[in-house]
Design a protein around this ligand. Structure first.
Ligand SMILES: NC(=O)c1ccc[n+]([C@@H]2O[C@H](COP(=O)([O-])OP(=O)(O)OC[C@H]3O[C@@H](n4cnc5c(N)ncnc54)[C@H](O)[C@@H]3O)[C@@H](O)[C@H]2O)c1
Length: 269
């Protein structure tokens, strides 16, 4: 689905620059396409040295205005270099789609500090310090901004086998609320999106881990979680784009500190 929104006769994100972490594939790539189609310059940051084939196609469709910067968001120097690239390329950062994350799971009583550290290093530390660095730029530029953090239905309640990931996503929701209050005087809106189950490379990994821990056939967990969604199917990355566009654009100027469930009806809050 392509969404094209005009505000005052112009594409909704015309003249804006968006930084998208974790946009090599999955939800981040789909949202990058949505932002580019609505007039934004986009800088995608992810771990691999080169963009994925699909991202390469998008970059060719929007030459010069969609760029890729290999970045580990957990590395302070790399974050600094990323922001410099954004400013050098486009002058400012108006939108942060703070999306990069990792997933892992396992029995709570078998978990160790390495597993905890692996999840919290990216999903909390990387997420928070990228948000902080971008917020700093936005405050100094004085033009306001939009920050969208990627939470999860996993952040709404615990799961026996998924404790660290759930806790890391609960932290995303909490930091979103605190940052929204801290940054409101600067005209910066901070919100989060909480997907349910979305068919991405991450869910292929989730499925293989459930197969291991719940002794299931490959693909079985994915099928079951899709069937349990009230709207009757797993999400696809494009399902997140509408909410992301709303939160990135002037349509959400009076919305902050919220976490939007975009999950086919899984969570009611
Ligand atoms: N897929 C789902 O069902 C689902 C559900 C709820 C929430 N989410 C959240 O949505 C977001 C996107 O997930 P997705 O399903 O598209 O996953 P994905 O694995 O396809 O994308 C995540 C991206 O983050 C990147 N990344 C990981 N560590 C990084 C680091 N240190 N620095 C830079 N990039 C890094 C990965 O390389 C990957 O490209 C994540 O925050 C995820 O937790 C996904």
């Amino acid at each position: 689905m392509n969404i094209r929104i005009e505000i005052d006769g112009k594409p909704a994100l015309s003249g804006k620059t968006a930084l998208i972490s974790g946009g090599y594939g999955g939800i981040g790539l789909s949202v990058c396409r949505g932002f580019a189609e609505n007039g934004a310059n986009c800088v995608v940051a992810d771990l691999p040295q080169s963009p994925s084939e699909e991202l390469g196609v998008l970059m060719a469709e929007y030459p010069g205005s969609v760029r890729y910067v290999p970045t580990n968001i957990c590395d302070g120097e790399a974050r600094k270099a990323l922001l410099e690239q954004c400013k050098k390329g486009f002058g400012s950062i108006d939108i942060l789609f703070n999306n990069a994350a990792v997933f892992d799971m396992g029995p709570l009583l078998e978990s160790d500090e390495a597993q905890y550290e692996k999840l919290f290093r990216v999903n909390v530390n990387g997420m928070f310090f990228l948000m902080r660095a971008v917020a700093d730029e936005m405050v100094n530029a004085g033009n306001g901004g939009k920050i969208i953090n990627m939470a999860s239905q996993a952040g709404r309640r615990g799961e026996a086998l998924v404790s660290h990931y759930c806790a890391s996503k609960a932290a995303v929701i909490s930091y979103t609320q605190s940052a929204a209050l801290a940054l409101a005087p600067h005209g910066i809106n901070v919100n989060a999106i909480s997907p349910g189950v979305v068919d991405t490379p991450m869910w292929d990994h989730v499925d293989s881990l459930f197969a291991q821990y719940e002794h299931r056939q490959p693909g079985e967990k994915k099928r079951l979680v899709g069937e349990e969604v009230p709207l009757g199917r797993m999400g696809v990355p494009g399902d997140i784009c509408g909410a992301a566009l709303f939160l990135a654009s002037g349509m959400s100027d009076y919305v902050t500190a919220q976490t939007y469930n975009v999950d086919g009806g899984n969570v009611m809050s």
